[in-house]
Structure formats: structure tokens, C-alpha cells
Ligand binder design. Structure first.
Ligand code: OSB
Ligand code: MG
Length: 376
């Protein structure tokens, strides 16, 4: 298959509710939709997941679009692709820029699956030789709450919707103390605390208090690039540490494993450059006893459908950060609604990622110029 058509559509999604983390508060979520085709008939879709600002990862929507148009699409253009895994190999000459790479790579997977008239979940299962499931338990990530009563009402609302695994953002030791009082009120719920790099080793004593409450893990307590400090902390606390911000590649996972910086990995396929790299990371984690699970970063409908296909793999049994559609946007970009039943989401079964762009979005996207032909 040769990619001959590429279209981009930047799009702003409005969150139903602001989402606060240690990195700031998000009201709007910009994404860029990517459409790729080899024949101008069948299209594969991807979503660029960088944020507006380089606060969570170094890429932004603008820098990633520039890298896509100036460096990545020229590498892809006209190349004979025998399988979707060829894409990440072609892209190795470009350093970093994982989200830019993932946006194109996932669109190619979708296109391959559609050409083969297969669902992406099945295609990933065949390529990885891992079984896939038809429905999966998922969790919800709740923004930071400044006090115990706000935590209780947000957690209660999530439990009433059926979520059995809840991740709560925390930004300070005061919030940890508040959560320690809230935790016993929800004995059956599995909790993760996500600090998004709020702490340093100076907070070790306060973090050690978390051993007294039941926690599945603490996510990214320390600096986003620091493997050795996380290893030092993991030596001192029994709560499993999960790395998120540190993980851009299989090499990063190897480093975390060698240094014992963490016991779990929050795998974001967009941050590791796409699905082929994600599959390699899953294999490594499975072989080395690291818990790996599918993270999210407030994806739009296309990105969430891609995450669902990945999370359908049986080797990711821990409930991922892929919530029901009603948790995210006032207006999403796809027709389908993902709704929760007994804490589970059903994996779409149609070809490719198995979802359809809303008519107006599809029209706007297809009206965009073909970057591979129309620009000088
Ligand atoms: O740290 O996991 C994170 C969202 C944006 C950026 C970083 C993170 C998150 C989430 C949300 O926790 C997970 C979701 O998409 O539901
Ligand atoms: Mg996180």
C-alpha cells in the first residue's frame, strides 16, 4: 500500500467540566484529525493528541503539525508499506516527536484494517499474537479536588455510574491527607492517585503515609524525566509506583525496569509513537513482570476508539483510563457513544477502529487540501 492522500483538520473539543491536574486546568482540548488514503476512497483516521502547551509533554499541536507536514509525511509519501509496522521503522530517522508519529501511524493501522475488512482489535491481536476481548473493564480519571467533601461527591458520582476503578489527581500533600480520610468510605473501589510530578524526594515521609491506605498504585509522584529518584522512592515505599510522563519508548520502559523505578507503566500509545511500539512495550512488560495498562489523555472519539482496540488485548487486564463518552466532551467528533455497562465498555466491531466521524466533520476534513499533492 502506498499513501498518496493526506488531510489534516485541527479541531477544538470543549470538555463538559474543567479538568485540573498539577499541570494546570484544561477547558478546551485541541486535537488534529488525520486522514490518510492510498486511493482517495478508503480513508484511515488518526488523531494528534499533543496538547496546546508543552506542559505535559514537549510536543504541542502546532509543533507536531509542523513535524508531520515537513518531516514525517515526506518519509511516508510513495513508500510501499507491506504492513503497518513499516511506518514506525520509516520514522526512526526523526528523533522524538512521538505524538506526531503516532497520529500518522494509527491512521495507517486503521487503513490497513479497513482494506483487510477487519476490526483493528482483531488486527492487533493477530499482529501481536495476544488474544483480544469483546468488552473490557475501564476506569475514570477525576480531576484534582481541593478538599475531602469535593472528593467524596466526585467519587460518588463516578461509582454511581458504575466505575470500579478510580484515578484521582492530586497536586499537594494536603490533598493526600484529605484523600486518606476519604479512602475508607469506598472500600470496594480500586484507587490510583496521579500526582503528575507534584512531589520531590523531600516528600518521602508524607508519601510513605500512603502505605496505610489501600492503593493500586501512585502514578508519577516525581519529576517527569527522573528515573533514579523514582527508584529511590520505590525502595522506600511499598505502594507500587506507576510511571507515566517518563515513558516515551521501549528504552524508557527498559530503564525503569533495570533501575526498578516502577512496578507499573501507564502506556499511552500516542506518547510512545503509535501502536507498533505499544505492542513491543506490552510484550516487554509481560515478559518482565511489569504491570502495563492503557492510559488516556482526554482523546477525542477517534483516539479513544484506537485506545479501546489496544486495551482489548488480554495482556492489559488492569482497567484503562478510557471512560464512557459522557465523561468527556459537549460534542464529540464521532457518531457512536461508548456507554458503560457494569463498569465495562464494548469494543467496536466494525472494520478498522470501528467508528464513524460525524457527517459535518467528515465533510470538513475531506474538503481540506491533499498535503501530498496540492501544496507547492
Ligand atoms: O496523567 O494520565 C494523565 C489526561 C491528560 C493528560 C494526562 C493525564 C490525563 C488523564 C486522563 O489522567 C485520562 C483520560 O483520558 O480519561
Ligand atoms: Mg498520569
Amino acid at each position: 500500500m502506498k499513501i498518496t492522500h493526506a488531510k489534516l483538520l485541527p479541531y477544538d473539543l470543549k470538555l463538559k467540566k474543567p479538568f485540573r491536574t498539577a499541570h494546570g486546568t484544561t477547558h478546551f482540548r485541541p486535537i488534529t484529525l488525520i486522514a490518510l488514503s492510498s486511493d482517495d476512497e478508503q480513508w484511515g483516521y488518526g488523531e494528534l493528541e499533543a496538547f496546546a502547551q508543552p506542559t505535559y509533554t514537549p510536543e504541542t499541536q502546532e509543533t507536531a503539525r509542523l513535524v508531520i507536514c515537513r518531516y514525517l509525511l515526506p518519509l511516508l509519501e510513495g513508500q510501499e508499506l507491506n504492513c503497518p509496522e513499516d511506518v514506525s521503522k520509516l520514522f526512526t530517522v526523526v528523533q522524538g516527536n512521538q505524538m506526531a508519529k503516532a497520529a500518522l501511524e494509527t491512521a495507517v493501522w486503521d487503513l490497513f484494517a479497513k482494506h483487510a475488512q477487519k476490526n483493528l482489535s482483531r488486527l492487533l491481536s493477530e499482529h501481536s499474537q495476544l488474544s483480544c476481548r469483546q468488552s473490557i473493564l475501564v476506569g475514570i480519571s477525576i480531576g484534582a479536588q481541593s478538599n475531602a467533601s469535593k472528593m467524596i461527591s466526585e467519587i460518588t458520582a463516578a461509582v454511581e455510574k458504575g466505575y470500579q476503578r478510580i484515578k484521582l489527581k492530586i497536586t499537594s500533600t494536603t490533598e493526600i491527607e484529605a484523600f486518606s480520610r476519604v479512602r475508607p468510605l469506598f472500600p470496594k473501589i480500586q484507587f490510583i492517585l496521579d500526582a503528575n510530578s507534584s512531589f520531590t524526594l523531600k516528600n518521602t515521609a508524607q508519601l510513605k503515609k500512603l502505605e496505610k491506605i489501600k492503593l493500586a498504585m501512585i502514578e508519577q509522584p516525581l519529576d517527569a524525566t527522573d528515573f533514579t529518584a523514582h527508584a529511590e522512592l520505590q525502595k522506600q515505599i511499598h505502594v507500587p509506583i506507576c510511571l507515566d510522563e517518563n515513558i516515551f519508548s521501549l528504552d524508557d520502559v527498559r530503564t525503569a525496569y533495570q533501575l526498578r523505578s516502577a512496578q507499573a507503566i501507564n502506556l499511552k500509545l500516542s506518547r510512545v509513537g503509535g501502536l507498533a511500539n505499544a505492542l513491543q512495550i506490552i510484550r516487554f512488560c509481560n515478559n518482565h513482570g511489569l504491570l502495563v495498562w492503557c492510559g488516556g489523555m482526554l482523546e477525542g472519539g477517534i483516539g479513544r476508539a484506537t485506545n479501546l482496540a489496544l486495551a482489548s488485548l488480554e495482556s492489559l487486564p488492569f482497567p484503562g483510563d478510557i471512560s464512557a463518552s459522557d465523561r468527556y466532551y459537549q460534542k464529540d467528533i464521532i457518531e457512536e457513544q461508548f456507554s458503560l455497562k457494569n463498569g465495562k465498555l464494548t469494543i467496536p466491531t466494525d472494520n478498522g477502529i470501528g467508528v464513524t466521524l460525524k457527517k459535518n466533520i467528515q465533510k470538513r476534513l475531506l474538503k481540506q487540501p491533499n498535503i501530498l499533492k496540492d501544496t507547492p
